[in-house]
Design a protein around this ligand. Structure first.
Ligand code: 5GP
Ligand code: ZN
Length: 117
């Protein structure tokens, strides 16, 4: 069911503490941790603790938590002293989504070209 932990989900396992991660922030509804394969000096993933497959499903199923995720991206940027940063929600395999638990990438600490490749 939407929002329920999934046994086969990597990020649900990180939320449950079953897989280690470098957690930089945690709230009642969210966790933020460093990406294992960083694409920028700061590359943090902000996820809802509840399982939703992507950002749109999160926004539809738990809009308050979607807002919490966005607030936490700003908090990460503040913690990392980023004046400019990018928030990315890859949605669908064609866009590079590989983990089917909603997550915001917070990227910063280097120049970020626009549009991205
Ligand atoms: P996506 O490609 O789905 O938008 O992003 C998934 C991200 O999760 C990738 O940037 C990938 O490097 C990261 N990732 C995959 N496995 C792990 C893991 O076990 N730990 C952490 N911290 N990040 C992971
Ligand atoms: Zn999950």
């Amino acid at each position: 069911m939407a929002g329920e932990p999934q046994d086969d989900c990597l990020f649900c396992k990180i939320v449950a503490g079953r897989i280690p991660a470098t957690i930089v922030r945690e709230s009642d509804t969210t966790v933020a941790f460093r990406d294992i394969n960083p694409k920028a000096p700061t590359h943090v993933l902000v996820i809802p603790k509840a399982h939703y497959a992507n950002a749109a499903e999160l926004a539809a199923g738990a809009p308050d938590v979607a807002a919490d995720v966005l607030r936490e991206t700003q908090a990460v940027a503040d913690d990392e002293e980023l004046d400019s940063y990018r928030i990315v929600f890859n949605t669908g395999s064609g866009a590079g989504q590989t983990v089917w638990h909603a997550h915001a990438h917070v990227l910063g600490g280097r120049g970020l070209e626009w549009p991205p490749g």
